[in-house]
Write a protein that binds this ligand. Sequence first.
Ligand SMILES: Nc1ncnc2c1ncn2[C@@H]1O[C@H](COP(=O)(O)OP(=O)(O)OP(=O)(O)O)[C@@H](O)[C@H]1O
Length: 297
Amino acid sequence: MTTVLNVDAVNRSFGDRQVLKDVSFAVESGRLTGFVGANGAGKTTTMRIILGVLAADTGTVTWRGAPMTRAVRSRFGYMPEERGLYPKMAVADQVVYLGRLHGLSTADAKRNTAALLDRLELGERAGDPVEKLSLGNQQRAQIAAALVHDPELLVLDEPFSGLDPLAVDTVVAVLRERAAAGAAVLFSSHQLEVVERLCDDLAIIAEGTIRAAGSRTYLREQYALPRYSVEVGADAGWLRDEPGVTLVELDGPRAVIDLDPATDDQQVLRAALARGPVRAFGPVRPSLAEIFREVIQ
Ligand SMILES: Nc1ncnc2c1ncn2[C@@H]1O[C@H](COP(=O)(O)OP(=O)(O)OP(=O)(O)O)[C@@H](O)[C@H]1O
């Protein structure tokens, strides 16, 4: 995996309202990057700047270290927030047409379209006009449209909104396959549970500012609480009286504790061992939702 897309110190105002403030983050190939933030945080504006639909006031977006060109952008796939398929045109015809617009031969466009619609479980609806599809299926058709030309970078604005859980799983699997084949995938979402499950990397934005960015593992370590989960051989209630320890939860031999900053975890472990067997002792990693709450405050 390599860093392919760099968003560097991007600022953008609408009128006198600055909606992006020095936005910087990187996207790597072969990975799924989740772009997370509340409504109005600036996700769509950032994505539109990456795609060249909108200009930045200052700052740069580069692809493999070089400025964007039209040719580079033609190798990107974009699923905008305002879905844009023609209601009266058959799904497959539309996806083939978009593939052709991105430079595919008719044969390749048809082959990719058929494979994608099957993969997205829309094969049987290929001949139906878009307006006859349910909203969830229209969404799958949009995803097919963004993927038909095998883009090197996929930018998806809220690709999971409006999908039922089974459809989310299908789309997740397709995006994973694309990443495994080397594409870089950037998607926005406010569904933290989906992002938690899906993404390798994250950029968290609030009020136009990136509050945290990096791999999920890095962020979970970075924002680790001083919280530990402990399991001992007998009742763990003695932890209540241990200096520097706050008991958060107690369930017989199992406990969750917070340590004061000055408290050495190994000291607490030794105290536990002095009382008998220790079955488990380790830090509790924060969930993405917890990190999100912490960094957007
Ligand atoms: N063309 C525009 N003119 C004026 N203000 C705009 C324009 N586009 C976006 N904004 C404002 O910029 C801010 C950021 O919007 P943006 O759509 O980027 O947020 P978002 O994080 O994608 O939120 P959502 O999930 O609601 O789409 C919002 O306050 C929005 O009202």
